[in-house]
Design a protein around this ligand. Structure first.
Ligand code: SOE
Length: 387
């Protein structure tokens, strides 16, 4: 099929900043590099600040700008609502969009609380009966090396899982003079490092292993309580965690350690995951995102060792649509893969993963970590908390 004869899907996006730009690029390149069964049309972008929304719209060729998300959802030419706003708005927007019969892609974490995520997952399930799809933006699932890791785990190449080691390390708050932002306000962001970046490794490890985290023991800290406001004078109060560390157990019995921090000096966006199984191991670091390390116990001990797989072959997930082997992919490509997978699921009527139900599961792990940290690291089974 060529673009000329493929059906179209009208996209309406809410939010124009970092994530809004990443998603815009994702939709555009999905169309240019893949042949999705539905061609995305960048119909309308919504943002309260008209000038900023218009700027992003102009850069990425969005056809219309709205300043009220209700008006965006009401548009007949919008079939899918893409939510790229802070967490405190996700539930209201997503539930309204689903009620209007629109497919929804929602940035992570799904919500700011388990209660909100439950309402969203219920709305998604009702909508699914009418063929409406939902997806949570856990984009890193679509990094080819990680999608390949899942394939290897599923085909039994590392055997029975014993250990999961997962870290998401950034350092943009190390300087106490770094300005205050909505990400440091619990009302808007829900939580700090835990929900913003810890959520990614919670989702990724469950995705890679096809198992769930069943219980946790956690500790969290906020290292700097006040930060200068970006505009004007005064400071803003930091009401979220700067770092979260926890132990976990997976449903198959594997032991796990997790760390999410914005204070790992020198680490910019290090998503480090290692899985150890009875037959082998896999290791990944997003700061070298085209590489997957694989140790295979079945090979001769004489030459055994971690093998570097450069995940850029056409046989690797998503790579067939891009460049020749060795021509590396970057951060933005995952957003195109996410867009293509969602378009395919809508066209085929299959579940668009991760669904809101999976987003709710991550939210329950986040709540369990918070409950454990608040109770001197007591072991908290996942699902035991309703905050
Ligand atoms: C900020 O910490 C952030 O942009 C996260 O919100 C994203 O989810 C992550 O991909 C990169 O870091």
């Amino acid at each position: 099929m060529t673009h000329a004869d493929s059906a179209q899907l009208g996209i309406g996006m809410i939010g124009y900043a970092f994530m809004g730009m990443a998603h815009s690029q994702g939709w555009r390149n999905a169309k240019s590099f893949f042949d999705p069964k539905l061609e995305p049309r960048l119909v309308a972008l919504s943002g309260r600040d008209r000038a900023k929304a218009e700027d992003t719209a102009r850069r990425f060729d969005w056809q219309h700008v709205e300043t009220d998300w209700h008006a965006l959802i009401a548009r007949d030419d919008v079939d899918l609502v893409d939510i790229c706003t802070p967490g405190d708005t996700h539930a209201e927007i997503a539930i309204a969009a689903l009620a209007a019969g629109k497919h929804v892609l929602c940035e992570k974490p799904l919500a700011n609380s388990v209660a909100e995520a439950e309402r969203m997952a219920e709305a998604a399930e009702r909508a699914r009966a009418d063929g409406v799809q939902t997806m949570v933006g856990f984009t890193y699932r679509r990094v080819p090396a990680l999608a390949l890791a899942r394939r290897l785990v599923r085909s039994g190449r590392i055997g029975r899982l014993r250990h999961v080691r997962a870290q998401y390390l950034q350092d943009w708050l190390t300087d106490p003079g770094a300005p205050y932002s909505w990400r440091l306000d619990a009302q808007r962001a829900g939580s700090g490092a835990l929900g913003d970046i810890g959520a990614h490794v919670i989702d990724l490890t469950q995705f890679l292993t096809d198992e769930y985290i069943t219980g946790v023991s956690a500790t969290m800290d906020t290292f700097v309580d006040e930060r200068p406001l970006p505009e004007g004078e005064g400071t803003g109060r930091v009401t979220v965690d700067d770092a979260a560390v926890f132990l976990g157990r997976f449903s198959g019995g594997a032991m796990a350690t997790f760390e999410a921090t914005r204070y790992a000096t020198g680490r910019k966006n290090a998503i480090r995951i290692e899985l150890n199984g009875t037959e082998g191991s896999l290791a990944f670091d997003f700061e070298d995102m085209n590489t997957l390390w694989f140790f295979d116990s079945s090979t001769s001990t004489e030459t055994q060792g971690f093998t570097r797989i450069l995940a850029t072959e056409p046989t690797h997930p998503y790579l067939g649509a891009w460049w020749p082997p060795g021509h590396l992919l970057g951060y933005e490509h995952g957003f195109s893969h996410q867009a293509v997978d969602l378009l395919t699921a809508i066209a085929d009527g299959t579940a668009a993963e991760p669904t809101f139900a999976e987003g709710l599961r991550v939210q329950r792990v986040i709540a369990a970590v918070q409950a454990s940290a608040a109770a001197d690291s007591r072991w908290v089974p996942v699902g035991d908390t309703e905050s």
